[in-house]
Design a protein. Sequence first.
Lengths: 337, 337
Amino acid sequence: MIGPRLDEPELIALLRGRFLRRGRGLELGIGDDAAVIRFGGERLLLAKDLLVEGVDFRRAWQPPRFLGRKSLNVNLSDIAAMGGRPLYALLGLALPKNLEGPWVEDVLRGFGEAAEEHGVLLVGGDLSRADRVMISVTIAGRAEKPVLRTGAKPGDFLFVSGTLGDAAGGLRLLKRKNETILKDADGAPAGKSRRPGIRLVEAFLDPQPRVALGLELARRGLASAMIDLSDGLSVDLGHLCRESRVGAEVWASSLPLSSELRMLFPAPLNLALHGGEDFELLFSARPAGVKELLRLSRRHPLYPVGRVVRGEEIILIGCRGRRSRLPERGWRHFSSR
Amino acid sequence: MIGPRLDEPELIALLRGRFLRRGRGLELGIGDDAAVIRFGGERLLLAKDLLVEGVDFRRAWQPPRFLGRKSLNVNLSDIAAMGGRPLYALLGLALPKNLEGPWVEDVLRGFGEAAEEHGVLLVGGDLSRADRVMISVTIAGRAEKPVLRTGAKPGDFLFVSGTLGDAAGGLRLLKRKNETILKDADGAPAGKSRRPGIRLVEAFLDPQPRVALGLELARRGLASAMIDLSDGLSVDLGHLCRESRVGAEVWASSLPLSSELRMLFPAPLNLALHGGEDFELLFSARPAGVKELLRLSRRHPLYPVGRVVRGEEIILIGCRGRRSRLPERGWRHFSSR
């Protein structure tokens, strides 16, 4: 029984309780980045993400082309986190009546660009009306050896695939209604003439799913557990640790922070720990694989950020060696930010 | 280029134009009830439907258990229309903050019931917030020989799998705010004591996807083309005819109308022709298969309703043999009804 008001963890627990089933080819259901299904002798991955206007994005801030890109790319990030190859997408669009045609065309253009970049085919979808834009994307992919959230063992190292907190910083800049930033982000050429902060805004508006890295980690068997960082490091590391029944140490001084984030925010570490929407990969790796990971880091950014430990606590080891419990707080949605 | 205001057919044309691709296993993309994909030596079906509060349903009219059932069943109907077996579902829920827990539990209970009835596993999904309830369901299934919309040939007979217009009639009764009807629909035992009209309301609130029939038609190769009736006979027959590049004759006097519909509505034929949400199957069949279909009709309701002809017009043959062009008008959404 859940309470009179809804709470996301309660609802997920309810769903898992009610629908936790195996059989008929289902190898992994609710509780990872994507479902894993035996289908025709291969492994099919299925995942779904919703983007709701006013909650997950704002039309005034999100140029439609970027919105289209992001609506697909956040799904590709789920497939990347399984070490899979994204293949097919379904697009559900609920649109207000008075929405302008060119706006929708730009969303589709962005969606098409991202699909093209990652070799994904749009195979179907549905249209409806709504007061606010709602985008629902389903992605199907394939994995030979899917990487789950459950495989981390004490002693494993923790890695992330890029700088953290940039998207959260970018969102804060957008909230300050710096509209010139937004104008720059949509179409301005990269270069020195761009305002500082533009890279942060881009990280928020146009995250890059780490599909190639995820595939390579899975192929080489280098990741023992993996998740994508959508809700913030503290929250998503919490998911990974709970599913693997382990704890973790996070090394504050090792968290990769971009120079822009350090420059523009007085407490960049907070954004890196609790900021959402990084869409980087977080994975654990056995000590025996670290050498190979170092070689891999010549082609893909890879940063060691901590270690898996026994127990269930997540400990932040501060810059002066101070140990403290890392609270899980991420902010996924605009409304709760 | 689409106009400044959006129009659904324009948008679909834009999507098809931009994303009409084959390759990488995709056998059939946008434009049928489900996509058909070669995956690991089998045929994977993927389809998606959106239900938006105030557009596709109203919370005041739709008991939550029925809403949960319907959100899955309309997707199962898409798989049925391909002659496929539904297997796995993903559920996206965007919920208002102030929604009550038990309401959501009832939606999930209904969803779970329908899943159980049809052997479907919920394998994943996503949660978000919204001002109005939005339910996005993706269904994956399997088909050995999918039945497309494209196979109808002049001379084929047209069949439907049940009475038409009941759901549209039920919706009209609900619109009259007959709240006692609604109370009866949710949980009252079937029987003589129930109000007339209750069966119509049930047809709207709790449509039954024709999965078993679709599978059998596909297995026996009896349907040359098939679609499910979600937007109304005139609209969906239009889709089938356009995809098959044929015309059709519809026999008004053969359209199956329930006694309740005849009793409660002065123009039941209009509801049968243009009412949406029947979720019956409409299919074409070669004359050689009609005998076998008659035998099949002992186990599944089957009604011949017309014939496929050359050309592109859809002609209604009235009760006194009068021929007239059948206009395509269906109403899918509350807002446009």
